[in-house]
Design a protein around this ligand. Structure first.
Ligand SMILES: Cc1cc2nc3c(=O)[nH]c(=O)nc-3n(C[C@H](O)[C@H](O)[C@H](O)COP(=O)(O)OP(=O)(O)OC[C@H]3O[C@@H](n4cnc5c(N)ncnc54)[C@H](O)[C@@H]3O)c2cc1C
Length: 299
């Protein structure tokens, strides 16, 4: 890969060479990228994107790595991390934040300022950018309820633009960012004043539910399949099919929540894919539904 490391350092990047991506995913799987680039500021992130796109270098963006399943092989793309993009400002009920901030942390910032709307995000792993990408949601709330606009980098025009909510194409676990033209940089979030005790209690209740229902003690990428239709509960279906605890290698259908595939130690990419295919096959045979894998797969 032809890349001018000196130039990238001079922009203000931290660069990890031959970095195993399993160090950066919540399921602890992922091969080696030649360059893992961490821009220190939003402007450095933009300048780095400019360089990478101008030089036609294969790249991917990573936030918290909570919705990714990555091949174990050596990878032929560089990875740009948003982890240092954590600046935010608050003006009355409007929160503007850069995309690298953990979405769960944003829910605490809102709560500390008696602002409601982000309670649903407590305990969702990953960054604001990843949450925009997936229109992340839980317990009746989702990003599309609160985001009013997003500042994004347009890969084709190579400039930053503002995408108003109508243009974000939010839907169930979908957004315009999945079309790959735009990379989010910051978002404007509309919250509303509420009594802090109410917000705190709601967040406590939702956190407890998560710990009770989800196998948070094991590495995973969260719910492994999207709901094929609103009233089709994937975890319950897999459980009814007797697949709880079924495993291939160290990849296992969680005994606590059958919608999760967990890594019991040294699961390989292939184990997880094979396990997912097995589940898909059985669900198709018994229920006629085609399950779609929720995490992004990087081959
Ligand atoms: C235990 C557990 C529980 C979970 N619970 C939930 C839940 O309740 N609800 C839910 O919706 N999800 C849940 N998830 C999934 C995950 O937390 C969300 O999808 C989260 O939004 C992923 O964010 P991330 O920053 O980790 O994204 P990553 O995994 O880093 O990236 C995912 C995709 O987003 C893209 N991306 C990231 N940042 C940007 C950016 N700035 N611009 C453009 N593209 C970008 C990446 O390129 C990649 O394609 C859970 C996951 C785990 C492990």
């Amino acid at each position: 890969m032809n890349i001018d490391l000196k130039y990238l350092y001079s922009l203000g990047n931290t660069i990890l060479i031959n970095e195993p991506l399993k160090m950066h995913t919540t399921i602890k799987v992922g091969g080696i990228t030649p360059y893992y680039i961490i821009p220190k500021t939003k402007q450095i992130f933009i300048n780095t994107l400019d360089y990478i796109i101008e030089n036609k270098i294969n790249f991917k963006i990573i936030g918290g790595g909570a919705n990714l399943l990555i091949n174990d092989d050596t990878l032929n793309f560089v990875v740009l991390s948003t982890e240092y993009l954590t600046g935010y400002s608050l003006n009355e009920n409007i929160l503007i934040s850069e995309v690298g901030i953990p979405i769960s942390r944003l829910s605490y910032i809102a709560m500390e300022n008696s602002l409601s709307g982000l309670e649903f995000a407590v305990g969702i792993p990953g960054s604001l950018g990843g949450a925009l990408f997936m229109n992340a949601g839980a317990y009746g709330g989702q990003m599309s309820d609160i985001v009013t606009e997003v500042e994004a980098y347009d890969i084709i025009e190579r400039k930053t633009i503002i995408l108003k909510k109508e243009l974000l194409n939010f839907n169930y676990r979908k957004s315009i960012f999945q079309e790959r033209r735009y990379i989010s940089l910051s978002a404007k979030i509309n919250l509303y004043k509420k009594d802090i005790t109410n917000i705190k209690n709601k967040m406590k209740e939702l956190s407890e539910k998560r710990w009770e229902k989800q196998p948070l003690e094991f590495p995973s990428a969260g719910s492994f399949f999207k709901r094929p239709k609103p009233d089709f509960y994937v975890g319950t279906t897999i459980e009814k099919l007797g697949l709880k605890g079924f495993s291939i290698g160290d990849a296992e259908v969680s005994n606590k929540h059958a919608g999760f595939i967990i890594n019991k130690g040294n699961a390989k990419f292939e184990d997880i894919i094979n396990l997912a295919e097995k589940i898909k096959k059985v669900v198709k045979e018994k229920y006629g539904e085609d399950l779609e894998i929720e995490p992004e797969i990087w081959w």
